[in-house]
Write a protein that binds this ligand. Sequence first.
Ligand code: NAP
Length: 322
Amino acid sequence: MSTAQHRIGSGFDAESTADDVLRGIDLSGKLAVVTGGYSGLGLETTRALVKAGARVVVPARRRDVAQEALAGLDRVEVDELDLGDLQSVRGFAERFLASERSIDIVINNAGIMATPETRVGPGWEAQFATNHLGHYALVNRLWPAIAPGGARVVSVSSTGHHRSGIRWDDPHFKQGYDKWEAYGQAKTANVLFAVHLDRLGRQYGVRAFSLHPGGILTPLQRHLAKEEMVERGWIDETGALVNPDAFKTPEQGAATQVWAATSPRLDGMGGLYCEDCDIAEPAPADGGRSGVKDWAIDPEQAARLWELSADLTGVNAFASGS
Ligand SMILES: NC(=O)c1ccc[n+]([C@@H]2O[C@H](COP(=O)([O-])OP(=O)(O)OC[C@H]3O[C@@H](n4cnc5c(N)ncnc54)[C@H](OP(=O)(O)O)[C@@H]3O)[C@@H](O)[C@H]2O)c1
């Protein structure tokens, strides 16, 4: 497959922070929506965008927690959103659309990882539903407000997408659950979503990207037992980090999504997976955890996932007659 998935020499790297990539970029007058923009990478993303002049809307599953985390920041609005509940997604989108404002940046950042088997809505596997289907429905519902001629939609994926493509025969794990495979499938879905949204949106000047932020210790790891983190070599028995250099700080972790949302170097491009503040290379065939897997950027699978998501959620901003 020929691909535009190649580094462009952005001048930034794994150590760059969200503030670094925004230096010299003025976001005054721009409006961003950042899901989960009150914890971990999302919180740093909100802080950096606000510092560069943007107004940021943070739709939150736990509104009180978000308000506390974001207290003192100017130009931030908190609203309610549970991505695992399509009525909640619809409610947030309708409230936003009623404000008649347009959106310049959407960062689909919220996510859950390696949860015990959990079902939401009509029995959907929770990681696929929250990380992918909720964001799919959100962007499609917000589409009338997404500014033509310049807006970007950014999906926060993960190198975890290496673990699984879309399980077309059993996306909801009805035949046996594996928490890491479920995370992998959901993170592949985030990449495929950006590929197809970019294909549909580019005629309106709306471009989409996805990314791996790096490895960062945040509340995302809340579902992992200490023993599992010890086994993975992240911490020792006392809870101390084994190799602090193996992790990015949250400020560094937020950088790639902020770069994908704002970098002028990406003008005229889209549908690409990024890491370390640059476009990623294809994943090497002999393993490793960097780069993007073929199954995550395959346009046919991206179109098929869009169709499946439209069927499941009943929303498709691009259907004829919509
Ligand atoms: N940290 C890493 O090493 C790493 C690596 C690769 C990819 N990522 C990706 O980066 C993104 C951000 O992760 P993080 O590390 O910043 O995690 P985090 O600190 O746990 O933040 C995740 C956010 O998502 C929100 N969220 C969870 N379920 C939701 C739902 N049903 N509806 C609405 N919001 C919901 C959480 O809200 P509550 O707190 O209220 O639940 C929280 O604000 C995720 O997509 C993750 O997959 C992270």
